[in-house]
Design a protein around this ligand. Structure first.
Ligand SMILES: Cc1cc2nc3c(=O)[nH]c(=O)nc-3n(C[C@H](O)[C@H](O)[C@H](O)COP(=O)(O)OP(=O)(O)OC[C@H]3O[C@@H](n4cnc5c(N)ncnc54)[C@H](O)[C@@H]3O)c2cc1C
Length: 352
């Protein structure tokens, strides 16, 4: 490829060292701590030359190919936050390269409600809108006011209001289209606001305490730690991408089929967890995996299910991306054969 990146880049950087699953080959060009303007310039140059681009955050939702990424990988710079009071709310604008959980910790310490349930999620701020991160009763879309992107088609920087971001369950127009670099995110938060306690396990953990943001954040992190869902270098399940499969949203006919199969196995269909969702009924991917015969810790090779969370695929050490894909296909096959449901992968694949 005859391409000279217009910003300083390293070559041959091993991407396995920059993603939480710990798999993936080298990047052809790798630029770190890139300021927004330089990122826009570099992506424009790569697009003009037909060079593939991967914007990397914390690498906690990425599956990189063993062959690596034959293009430009760039990671945005961190920077300060800007605050602006608007009526009873505060609008906080944060660079895409900022660490997500450090930012959430800052909002909680400042007494700004709106993100407390999203404590402990790995990654960077710029990735949060990509799949509309969610956990324990909150989704980031609820708190996003606007997103500043570099639009790779229009070749310009611009702000999009939340309503134009196409947010859905673990998705957005950014994830669907892959044509935007998220440079900054503006959040609308509630100074002195009460924590969101919609999630039963979380509400019961903080019951009896004054329902403040700090207690809620601490409870979320404690619950997550129990499921190996925080990054912890001492945890045997540390090499994962979090939940590897989305909870399937199925139409009535597919739900009836799952219920029929459960009944045929002598199981009570009502025992299956489900939630109303746009476009159908949302089922629990973890429950389906367990009922298809795979318990936590299942898997003989270098990749298996987390010992603490059925939905997380774990690189137990020395795995390749091919191993991860093979084990994922094995799990998907078990669920499809048992219930006729196809589980979809959550992490983004790059370099394949
Ligand atoms: C232990 C663990 C627990 C997790 N728990 C949760 C959870 O509770 N809820 C949840 O929703 N997710 C969870 N995740 C998934 C992951 O942490 C989130 O999706 C997170 O937002 C990814 O951030 P990142 O910076 O690591 O993104 P990366 O993994 O680096 O990137 C993910 C995708 O976003 C793109 N991207 C990243 N930054 C930008 C940017 N600035 N502009 C454009 N595109 C960009 C990448 O190109 C890629 O396509 C978990 C992951 C792990 C490992």
């Amino acid at each position: 490829m005859a391409f000279t990146p217009p910003i300083p880049c390293q070559t041959g950087v091993r991407l396995a060292d920059h993603v939480t699953l710990g798999v993936g080959g080298p990047a052809r060009w790798f630029a770190d701590a890139v300021p927004a303007d330089d990122a826009a310039r570099a992506v424009a140059a790569a697009d003009a030359a037909g060079v593939p681009v991967l914007v990397l955050g914390g690498g906690s939702n990425l599956l990189i190919a063993d062959a690596g990424f034959d293009g430009l990988v760039l990671r945005l710079a961190d920077g300060g936050v800007a605050e602006q009071v608007e009526g009873a709310d505060v609008i906080v604008t944060v660079p895409g390269g900022a660490d997500w959980d450090a930012f959430v910790g800052w909002t909680v310490a400042a007494g700004f409600a709106g993100l407390e349930c999203l404590s402990g999620i790995p990654g960077r701020v710029g990735a949060a809108p990509i799949q509309n991160i969610g956990a324990y009763g909150q989704e980031v879309a609820e708190a996003i006011e606007a997103v500043e992107i570099y639009d790779r088609d229009a070749r310009e920087r611009r702000w999009l209001p939340a309503a134009a971001c196409g947010f859905g369950y673990r998705t957005s127009r950014f994830k669907r289209e892959g044509r935007a670099v998220v440079l900054q995110v503006a959040f609308r938060l509630r100074p002195g606001g009460a924590p969101t306690l919609r999630y039963a396990e979380l509400a019961s953990r903080v019951a009896g305490q004054a329902p403040d943001l700090a207690a809620t954040r601490a409870a979320v992190i404690a619950i997550r730690r129990g499921k190996s869902m925080v990054l912890d270098a001492t945890d045997e399940n540390r090499r994962s991408a979090g939940s590897f499969f989305l909870n399937p949203v199925v139409p009535a006919a597919a739900l009836a089929e799952v219920e029929r199969r459960l009944a045929a196995r002598g199981q009570a269909p009502e025992a299956m967890p489900r939630w109303p969702a746009e476009g159908g009924v949302k089922l629990s991917a973890a429950w389906l995996i367990e009922q298809s015969g795979l318990a936590r810790g299942a898997g003989e090779g270098p990749v298996g299910l987390s010992t603490r969370h059925t939905l997380a695929l774990v690189n137990r050490g020395g795995a390749t991306a091919a191993d991860v894909l093979a084990f994922a296909a094995f799990v998907q096959d078990k669920v499809r054969t048992s219930f006729g449901i196809s589980l979809e992968r959550e992490p983004v694949a790059a370099g394949f």
